[in-house]
Ligand binder design. Structure first.
Ligand SMILES: [Zn+2]
Length: 247
């Protein structure tokens, strides 16, 4: 059942799984996209072979998924693993897309990367090569910011470094909560590559307890945008196995 999705307002308490089941007359599993992506990476991607894994999806927002021992952690009210809405700032704090203050998403999403850059450019217009994009009347994308950082633009590099720091805060919070084998990041921003991943790892090393800091693998996704499909297949496979064991 879709309960109360913040980005799909008309979809309140919609029993989607039941509808699909009634229409297709087939066993039907239902999972949210970030949880499915996490299960996909766990089953066939960066988390393969691990017992426990945390996934952060970085896009317009920040999504999350937690898998422990082949089980997606959904929580008692299906609101678990909302890792984008773990609070990382007190006051003054940025406002999140969910309306709350100080969520990880308000700092580390692609949307926030652009927003923080535009704020800095508004304060000091001449500070960055990115101003030229605005002068052309075009929108500054997170990709352009990461590219400018790689090309040596100081402001862009600072924004990217701050983003790595915020993501490390999110990762460390999860490491200190469930102590997983693997933390995986996925989404458009991972196109920034190894140098970005290394900065996240560096900050985690300096923030986390020494034992998890030394042993938790921090990785980028292996399945990319296919993780959700593959994870959905894994959810279906798990349901069929469960039904078969009951029969
Ligand atoms: Zn939020």
């Amino acid at each position: 059942v879709i309960l109360d999705p913040p980005n799909l307002k008309p979809w309140q308490n919609v029993p989607v799984r039941q509808y699909i089941h009634d229409t297709l007359k087939l066993p039907t599993a239902f999972q949210n996209d970030a949880n499915a992506a996490a299960f996909g990476e766990y089953w066939a991607g960066a988390g393969r072979g691990a017992h426990s894994m945390v996934l952060f999806t970085l896009g317009t927002g920040v999504g999350g998924g937690i898998v422990i021992g082949d089980t997606v952690v959904e929580g008692e009210h299906s609101h678990g693993a909302e890792l984008g809405h773990v609070r990382i700032a007190l006051t003054p704090a940025r406002q999140c897309g969910c309306g709350r203050m100080g969520c990880l998403e308000a700092y580390a999403s692609a949307t926030s990367v652009v927003k923080r850059t535009l704020e800095a450019l508004a304060e000091k217009p001449g500070i960055s090569s990115l101003s030229a994009i605005l002068h052309r009347g075009e929108e500054v994308s997170s990709r352009a910011i990461f590219e400018a950082a790689a090309a040596g633009d100081e402001l862009a590099a600072k924004i990217v470094e701050d983003t790595a720091y915020y993501l490390a805060v999110g990762a460390t919070n999860m490491m200190h909560t469930i102590d997983p084998n693997v933390v995986v990041f996925t989404g458009g921003m991972i196109a920034a590559g190894d140098s970005f991943l290394e900065r996240i790892r560096w900050h985690v090393k300096h923030m986390a307890f020494p034992v998890p800091a030394a042993n938790t693998r921090i990785l980028f996704s292996q399945l990319g945008t296919d993780a959700g499909f593959i994870g959905a297949a894994a959810c279906g496979r798990k349901l069929l196995k469960r039904l078969a064991s009951k029969a």
